[in-house]
Design a protein around this ligand. Structure first.
Ligand code: ACO
Ligand code: OAA
Length: 377
């Protein structure tokens, strides 16, 4: 009997989860059963993080307590900030983030606590500290002084404040908050699966999150948002967009920010981001990026829609981040800034009922061989 291989683990169900539901054919995404559009419109990143961690919407007291906990945990050790300042200039910020989170674990005397309470406490601290770390990396890479977090700002507002050194407008902070909400969790994507695989060995939370950052970095996953911006810069003008796409497809090359393992229709997050991208481009009078994306979207849907290839979450996010004055090499770290909540919640949910993850491969190598001395080879 020949074994069936699920290449890329496509369609393989390895656990149960109450956090996120995706219907890829209809383009539906819900967290705790609530549509992503409602989270984006009505909620905050802090509230969604609580909901993912606790499996329910918070009461106002619970949310205030959770928010206060995040605000109180924004500081990171001075030793870590000194280390970040010493990272090579020009290193990719995702490399710096991976290193810094691992370093943070080294400085945490509770790091080895793999109890449910320990994972939760470390996880909440990490959700709070990710923004301080990413902003510190950005400033250090630019040779600027690090800006200390402020406890009187929202999670999104404080990040923009630390990144740019001045307070964002309420509209900017809210726009960024919505982007964080849209990226916070997405089922068993590659980085969440990686975090869980590490946790399933009963390794510590910092190891799980460090592994997840490595998985998010790749251009087939979170790294696609930066790759989309590279593509826009390469295309340059709206007039070049169709010929660029044609050339790529003729050469069997992939277009970044489109296609998805689960969605075979529009990713609902890309619809929300498209609206904001249109809004900010219009407002700034700098709509050429958006116009190029619109042209590519039309072309992709016409040519590849029949194959289930549509824009994903990474397609329009960069235009929104650019409008907020964020450089493209920080787009993927910002994805991590949001996804940390999904990683932490998923690791806690999985390890509550843990089983070591250990799939198998069909062996196709040589058999019945003997060791040949090196001189005889
Ligand atoms: C946050 C996220 O992670 S969202 C995804 C971000 N990644 C990207 O945007 C990178 C570009 N997209 C891709 O590489 C893919 O769509 C993936 C990796 C995301 C998912 O792809 P998979 O499920 O592995 O599908 P696979 O790569 O096998 O593609 C199936 C078919 O669609 C085509 N296809 C898939 N994505 C694309 C694309 N972006 N551009 C052109 N063609 C594509 C493939 O060439 C293949 O065609 P074929 O059957 O004629 O050979
Ligand atoms: O679910 C996936 O495979 C990728 C994705 O969209 C995400 O992680 O947000």
């Amino acid at each position: 009997m020949t074994a069936t291989i699920a290449k890329g683990l496509e369609g393989v169900l390895f656990t149960e989860s109450k956090l996120t539901f995706i219907n890829g054919t209809e383009g539906i995404l819900t967290h705790l059963g609530i549509p992503i559009q409602e989270w984006a419109e009505k909620s905050t990143f802090e509230e969604l993080s609580f909901a993912l961690l606790h499996g329910k919407l918070p009461t106002s007291e619970e949310l205030a307590k959770f928010d206060a906990e995040l605000r109180a945990n924004r500081e990171v050790p001075a030793e870590l900030l000194r280390a970040i300042a010493s990272y090579p200039k020009g290193a990719h910020p995702m490399q710096a983030l991976r290193t810094a989170v691992s370093h943070l674990g080294l400085l945490d005397s509770q790091a080895e606590d793999t109890s449910a309470e320990g994972r939760y406490a470390i996880g909440v601290r990490m959700i709070a500290q990710f923004s301080t770390i990413i902003a510190a990396i950005a400033r250090a890479q630019d040779g600027q002084d690090v800006v200390a977090p402020r406890a009187d700002l929202t999670h999104a507002g404080n990040f923009l404040y630390m990144l740019k050194g001045h307070e964002p407008t309420p509209e900017e902070a809210r726009l960024f908050d919505i982007a964080l909400i849209l990226h916070a969790d997405h089922g068993m994507n590659a980085s969440t699966f990686t975090a869980i695989a590490t946790a399933s060995t009963l390794s510590d939370m910092y190891s799980s999150i460090t592994s997840a950052i490595g998985a998010l970095k790749g251009p087939l996953h979170g790294g696609a948002n930066e790759a989309v911006m590279d593509m826009l810069d390469e295309i340059g003008t709206v007039e070049n967009a169709v010929s660029y796409i044609t050339h790529k497809l003729d050469n069997k090359e992939k277009i970044m920010g489109v296609g998805h393992r689960v969605y075979k229709y529009f990713d609902p997050r890309s619809r929300v981001l498209r609206e904001y991208a249109a809004f900010v481009s219009e407002k700034q009078g700098k709509s050429h990026y958006y116009q190029i994306l619109e042209t590519i979207e039309k072309e992709i849907v016409e040519r590849l829609g029949g194959k289930g290839i549509y824009p994903n979450v990474d397609f329009y996010s960069g235009v929104v981040y650019s409008d907020l004055g964020i450089k493209k090499s920080y787009f993927t770290p910002i994805f991590g800034l949001a996804r940390i909540s999904g990683w932490v919640a998923s690791v806690i949910e999985y390890t509550d009922n843990n089983r070591l993850l250990r799939p198998d491969a069909v062996y196709t190598g040589a058999k019945d061989q003997h060791y040949v001395e090196i001189a005889q080879r």
